[in-house]
Ligand binder design. Structure first.
Ligand code: UDP
Length: 458
């Protein structure tokens, strides 16, 4: 798109894998439309520009956490410290980029930031720089988060344990237990404050971008447009990673993906493998780790399991397994620290994805037509999982925690029994829709056009 040549967009991802991936994919899409791209990133969970798209410029800002601050377990407190420490370095970096602008051939059109980086609003406003936000989660979860004040009024929040299985009638099929969004080690009230702040920061922006598509979340997008954000333009141009040119040489992973996954998958029968990964943040304990291991072993299916450093709390996971466990399973198990997940999900040997339902993982699975087993842990994952199991019906949820018998039964229901065949059909159907929306005239294709025009009009 010629008219975008000569305009620059600055993008500023939150320093977490699930936020970095979609932001850099969005950068790639905008670059393919002719924009120049500048990426600002923090030295916390720092990006490595040498592995990233060489067509962008990268600008690191220092966030000097003390040893104490870096080891804080409460995620909301850590987020507020990172936010506070980012303000001045971000202001300086932005000021530098904007002062280069005076004689620049590609003046800055706008900033695209994460709404959880709440300070970006006031800093951008102080430079009179339009700010658009990228919500890296889905639309349905934002619609639920935006309803928190109403849910408080109606008495669903704070949550009472005796009501967990109750339906939230205003948000059917969401159940009360799906509202348990607070991360471990943090006070639910603090967490709700962070969420409310994010919802409000988004209102005060020049636009809201989602990595989703109309056929997937049309209803939630309509609610968001009409009820919560009637005054800002909303764009849904996902799935990002399927949109625009593929740049296989660049990797946005903070950990290095273990390519042995692919050679191992090449030795497995079609649709036979359960791929298991709980993303980059979720943690499980020793007991849960063992239940997963036994459930997988007893299911009889081969499995590829991502055991990321830090996934299992307080112990070396090897010590948790009974002696000889891996040797007995031998060819039926492959364990890695980090997988090339998109490639794994696209591999013909993968028949199911046992996931924590982070939004990226959910979308990546949908794009490959891989049915899911859901174990949501916190945040938007509960809502995503409810949509997977009860709305799109492309997966099954482990509703009562992780227990080996339940794990074994659920894997067999999905991968062996008739119920699984129907779920797979629906998953393939949804995959078709994900492909279709990106084609010329499709909803995401048109939304991207709209976004490009909007940025150029700012
Ligand atoms: N991911 C990966 N390899 C792994 C596990 C995860 O590349 O072994 C990627 C995955 O493809 C996704 C991101 O990490 O893009 C995780 O984001 P998500 O929203 O699913 O979960 P989060 O990590 O934010 O909880």
């Amino acid at each position: 798109m010629e008219q975008s040549k000569g305009r620059r967009v600055i993008l500023f991802p939150m320093p977490f894998q699930g936020h970095i991936n979609p932001m850099l994919e969005l950068a790639k899409i905008l670059h393919s439309k002719g924009f120049s791209i500048a990426i600002i990133y923090t030295n916390v969970n720092s990006l490595n520009p040498s592995t990233l798209n060489p067509n962008f410029t990268y600008h690191s800002i220092p966030v000097d956490l003390t040893e104490n601050e870096a080891s804080i377990k409460d995620p909301t407190l850590r987020l507020s410290i990172i936010n506070a420490k980012c303000v001045e370095p971000f202001r300086e970096c932005l000021s530098g980029l904007l002062s280069d602008d005076v004689n620049s051939e590609d003046p800055v059109a706008c900033l695209i930031s994460d709404p959880l980086f709440d300070f970006t609003r006031s800093v951008a406003e102080s430079f009179k720089l339009p700010r658009i936000v990228l919500r890296t989660g889905g639309a349905a979860s934002l619609a639920v988060f935006a309803a928190f004040p109403l849910l408080k009024e109606k008495g669903y929040l704070p949550i009472t344990d005796s009501r967990l299985e109750e339906l939230v009638t205003e948000l059917s099929p969401i159940k009360v237990k799906d509202l348990r969004a607070a991360m471990p080690n943090c006070d639910p009230e603090d967490f709700y404050r962070v969420i409310t702040n994010m919802v409000n920061e988004t209102k005060a922006s020049h636009g809201l971008i989602f990595n989703t598509f109309e056929d997937l979340e049309g209803q939630a997008l309509a609610t968001i447009r009409q009820e919560y954000y009637p005054n800002i333009p909303i764009f849904s141009l996902g799935p990002f990673h399927k949109c625009g040119p593929t740049t296989s040489s660049s990797s946005t992973s903070l950990l290095s993906p273990d390519q042995s996954c692919i050679s191992w998958l090449n030795t497995q029968a079609q649709k036979s493998v359960a791929y298991v990964s709980f993303g980059s943040v979720a943690k499980i304990d020793h007991a849960q780790f063992l239940e997963i291991a036994w459930g997988l072993a007893n299911s009889g299916q081969p499995f590829l399991w991502v055991v990321r450093p830090g996934l299992v709390q307080e112990s070396d996971w090897h010590e948790a397994l009974p002696n000889g466990f891996l040797e007995v399973l031998y060819e039926r198990v492959h364990i890695v620290k980090w997988a090339p997940q998109k490639e794994v999900l696209a591999h013909p040997a993968v028949g199911a994805f046992w996931t924590h339902c982070g939004w990226n993982s959910t979308l990546e699975s949908i794009c490959e037509g891989v049915p899911m087993i859901c174990t949501p842990c916190f945040g938007d994952q509960m809502v995503n999982a409810r949509f997977v199991s009860d709305v799109w019906k492309v997966g099954l949820q482990l509703e009562h925690g992780i227990e080996r018998g339940e794990v074994e039964r659920t894997i067999r229901r999905l991968m062996v029994e008739k119920e699984g065949v129907e779920i797979k059909e629906r998953a393939l159907n949804l995959m078709e829709k994900a492909n279709h929306c990106l084609k010329e005239g499709g909803s995401s294709y048109l939304s991207l056009d709209g976004l490009v025009k909007h940025i150029l009009s700012l």
